[in-house]
Design a protein around this ligand. Structure first.
Ligand SMILES: Cc1ncc(COP(=O)(O)O)c(C=O)c1O
Length: 429
C-alpha cells in the first residue's frame, strides 16, 4: 500500500513539475507557466509521402513533396553539392560564430550570381545568408512589419500555402491576393488589373519561375508589363526564386525576371533557395539579395537585417554557405552544376510530354493542354479534394490537395498508371 501511495505521489510531482501543459485543466489546477491552446500541427506534404511509403500497392506514384526524385524513385543528390561538400570538409576552418549576414565570399558570389558580373547595380546590392528561401521570407516579413510599418502582403491566388503562415508569424498579419490563374493558364490581365487596383506601395510577393503550385509562369514580355505597373504604383516587390534552373537548365537565365526589375531601376528583395536546385534541402541554405536605390539605403537595410538575424537566432550556420561559395567560385563546379540542372530540366520536360501523351491516350481532352505550357518541377490539374482522395485510395497515386503534381515522381514504371488514374477520376460524373 505504501509503495502504491509513493507511486501516486511521484506521479503528481511529475505532473506538477511538467514544463508544458496543453490543457485548461492543467492551467486552472496547477497554475502552469506554459499553457498552450491545442492547435492542429501544420499539414506537411511529408505526411502524404509517409502514407505513400506505407502503401504496398504494386503500382503507385509519389507526386507530392517538392523535391527532385530520379527515375529510380530515389531522392536525387547532385554530384556538384557532394563534391563541394567534400572540399569544404577537407579544409580547416575557424570555429568562431559566423557573421549575422553569413560568409563574406558567399555573400559576394551570390550577388554576382543573381545580377551577373559587372552589373551596374552591384555597388548598391548585397546578399545575406538565410535558412533557405523560407528563412529569407521570414526576414523580409520582419523587415516589412518592424521597419516599414507594413502589415499586409499580397500573394498570388493560388499560392504556396506556407507564405500565409510565415508572414503573419513575422508580423505581416494581413494576407491579400491578386489573380494569377484562369482556366489553368497564367492570367496576365487579371493580375495586372489587381496590381493596378492596389494602394500605392503595397507589398506584393511574386514568384520568379516554376510557380508553386500552378507551374504557370509569366513570359519575359509579361514580366515587362508587370514591372511597368509595379513602377507606376511604387509597389514593394518581394521576389521568391525557389526553383531556378528547373525551367531552362540554366539557373542564371531563369533569374532573368529579377534583372528586369533591377534594370528598370526598382528596389528588389529577392528570397532565393539552394534547396531544390542543388538538392541541399537539409542544409537549409538560401539567401536574401537586396538591391537598394543607393548605398545609404543599402547600409540601412543591412543594419536592419543584421539586427533581425541576431535577435532571432544570432547567426546562420557556416558550412552550407561555404559549399555554395565553393560552387559559385569554381568554374568547373559551376559548369557541373549547370549540366546537372540541364539534365534534370530535360527529364522534367520529357515527363511533362509523356504525361500529356498518356492522358490523351486515356481520355482525349483539351483539359490536358495546360500541362504542356506549364514550367519546371510542377504541373497542376483541375481536380477537387474528392478526386485527390480517390486517386490515393483507388490508384495509390499521391498528389497534393490543390492539384499540384511533382513531375519528377513520374517514371517509365508509373507514368501510364498515373495517367489512367487521373483520367479515371476526372471522367467520373
Ligand atoms: C515557392 C517556394 N518558396 C520558398 C520555398 C522554401 O524553400 P527553402 O527550402 O529554401 O526554404 C519553397 C519550398 O518548397 C517554395 O516552394
Amino acid at each position: 500500500m505504501r509503495k502504491f501511495l509513493r507511486g501516486i505521489k511521484a506521479l503528481q510531482l511529475c505532473r506538477e513539475t511538467r514544463l508544458f501543459d496543453c490543457t485548461n485543466r492543467g492551467q486552472q489546477k496547477l497554475g502552469m507557466a506554459f499553457v498552450f491552446p491545442r492547435t492542429n500541427p501544420p499539414v506537411l506534404p511529408h505526411e502524404a509521402l509517409e502514407k505513400y511509403r506505407r502503401d504496398d500497392a504494386k503500382l503507385k506514384a509519389n507526386l507530392t513533396v517538392g523535391t527532385y526524385w530520379n527515375e529510380r524513385e530515389k531522392l536525387h543528390a547532385f554530384e556538384t553539392a557532394r563534391e563541394a561538400r567534400r572540399i569544404v570538409h577537407s579544409r580547416v576552418h575557424c570555429h568562431n560564430y559566423p557573421h549575422q549576414g553569413g560568409n563574406e565570399d558567399f555573400r559576394r558570389l551570390v550577388t554576382e550570381f543573381v545580377l551577373g558580373k559587372g552589373h551596374p547595380a552591384l555597388g548598391r546590392s548585397s546578399s545575406f545568408q538565410s535558412l533557405g528561401a523560407g528563412g529569407a521570407l521570414s526576414i523580409v516579413g520582419h523587415l516589412l512589419s518592424k521597419y516599414m510599418a507594413c502589415d499586409t502582403i499580397f500573394l498570388s491566388s493560388p499560392h504556396w500555402p506556407t507564405y500565409a503562415k510565415i508572414f503573419p508569424l513575422a508580423g505581416v498579419t494581413n494576407i491579400g491576393h491578386y489573380r494569377y490563374l484562369k482556366n489553368g493558364a497564367f492570367d496576365l490581365d487579371g493580375m495586372l488589373e489587381d496590381l493596378l487596383a492596389l494602394d500605392c506601395r503595397s507589398a506584393v510577393l511574386l514568384q520568379v519561375c516554376c510557380h508553386n503550385p500552378t507551374g504557370c509562369d509569366p513570359t519575359i514580355e509579361d514580366w515587362k508589363k508587370i514591372v511597368a505597373i509595379v513602377q507606376e504604383k511604387k509597389h514593394r516587390v518581394i521576389l521568391d526564386a525557389a526553383y531556378h534552373g528547373y525551367v531552362s537548365g540554366d539557373p542564371f537565365a531563369d533569374l532573368e525576371p529579377v534583372r528586369i526589375f533591377v534594370d528598370a531601376g526598382l528596389d528588389v528583395l529577392l528570397c532565393q533557395s539552394f534547396s531544390k536546385n542543388l538538392t541541399m534541402y537539409s542544409d537549409r541554405i538560401g539567401s536574401l539579395t537586396v538591391v537598394a536605390s543607393d548605398t545609404e539605403a543599402l547600409q540601412a537595410i543591412e543594419a536592419a537585417v543584421f539586427t533581425i538575424v541576431y535577435h532571432s537566432y544570432v547567426a546562420p550556420p557556416r558550412d552550407p554557405a561555404l559549399i555554395i561559395a565553393t560552387i559559385l567560385g569554381d568554374t568547373q563546379l559551376r559548369d557541373l552544376w549547370f549540366e546537372e540542372l540541364r539534365q534534370a530540366s530535360d527529364r522534367l520536360q520529357k515527363n511533362r510530354r509523356r504525361l500529356y501523351d498518356a492522358l490523351m491516350r486515356e481520355l482525349p481532352s483539351e483539359r490536358w493542354e495546360r500541362i504542356l505550357h506549364q514550367k519546371g518541377l510542377y504541373c497542376s490539374v483541375d481536380v477537387d479534394l474528392n478526386d485527390v482522395q480517390k486517386l490515393q485510395e483507388r490508384y495509390s497515386v499521391y498528389i497534393l490537395a490543390n492539384g499540384r503534381i511533382n513531375l519528377s515522381g513520374l517514371n517509365e514504371g508509373n507514368i501510364s498508371h498515373a495517367a489512367r488514374a487521373l483520367a479515371g477520376v476526372v471522367s467520373e460524373i
